[in-house]
Design a binder for this molecule. Structure first.
Ligand SMILES: Nc1ncnc2c1ncn2[C@@H]1O[C@H](COP(=O)(O)OP(=O)(O)O)[C@@H](O)[C@H]1O
Ligand SMILES: [Mg+2]
Length: 227
């Protein structure tokens, strides 16, 4: 469960104060799939960064399963991210000097998983890349790299998965395949999934769609039922 209360982010851009998020309130229950939509510059990525504890807000709070992120040190935040949060970005963010299998293994090893190698192999198998486990990112297509990133994000069964326009650099068929995987793992692992997207078809798959504009929530729509 994530509780966001009066979350505000202000920056100063060349001396001019800029309000990027303005008093966001939001409660996200366990297992929910939330899509965040809105025009470019509306604050979507900033909101994800605050939920992940990558940035500190100007005011307001993010509470994750009862723990307020503002009470945590940088080390505690890093530990929380390592143990509970998976992240996927538009530009994949794989480590170029590591193979596909090693990229997936890293977060498992950081958590002290003694079966990191086997787990990584299982996850790559689940995303259909068992044959490619010894390839480096440069040897993989964009879609394959993003499938490795999905496997890495789900390594260790995070409670929370954050995806920032994960299909933004992929053609629609490849993007669809990545999303199918993302949703399958989300259902199997019962994580919260917060996905930023420009794609209305993709947003329509979510349990809930939140629209941001100029740092405000302008719409928060629950889907009536889920099949
Ligand atoms: N570090 C920063 N310094 C100055 N402005 C920023 C910074 N980060 C984001 N912004 C501005 O904040 C607004 C929201 O950015 P962002 O959260 O990336 O929007 P979105 O992901 O919805 O496109 C934009 O106007 C952007 O230019
Ligand atoms: Mg963004």
């Amino acid at each position: 469960m994530i509780e966001i209360s009066q979350l505000t982010m202000r920056l100063s851009s060349g001396g001019t104060p800029l309000t990027i998020l303005d008093g966001i309130n939001l409660q996200i229950p366990a297992k929910q799939f939330v899509a965040i939509v809105g025009p470019s510059g509306s604050g979507k990525s900033t909101l994800l960064g605050l939920i992940a504890g990558l940035d500190r807000p100007t005011s307001g709070s993010v509470t994750f399963n009862g723990t307020s992120l503002s009470d945590l040190s940088e080390d505690d935040l890093a530990r929380l991210r390592r143990n509970k949060v998976g992240m996927i970005f538009q530009s994949f963010h794989l480590i170029p000097t590591l193979t596909a299998a090693e990229n997936v293994q890293v977060p498992l090893e950081l958590r002290g998983d003694s079966e990191a190698t086997d787990q990584a192999r299982r996850l790559l198998d689940a995303v259909g890349l068992a044959e490619r486990q010894h390839h480096y990112p440069v040897q993989l297509s964009g879609g394959e790299q993003q499938r490795v990133a999905v496997a890495r994000a789900y390594a260790g069964s995070p409670t929370l998965l954050l995806a920032d326009e994960p299909t933004g650099n992929l053609d629609s068929a490849t993007g669809r395949r990545v999303i199918d995987l993302l949703l399958r793992l989300h259902r199997e692992q019962e994580s919260i999934l917060i996905l930023v997207t420009h794609d209305p078809a993709l947003a329509s798959l979510a349990d809930r769609v939140i629209s941001l504009r100029d740092g405000h929530i302008v719409e928060d729509k629950l889907r009536e039922s889920r099949d």
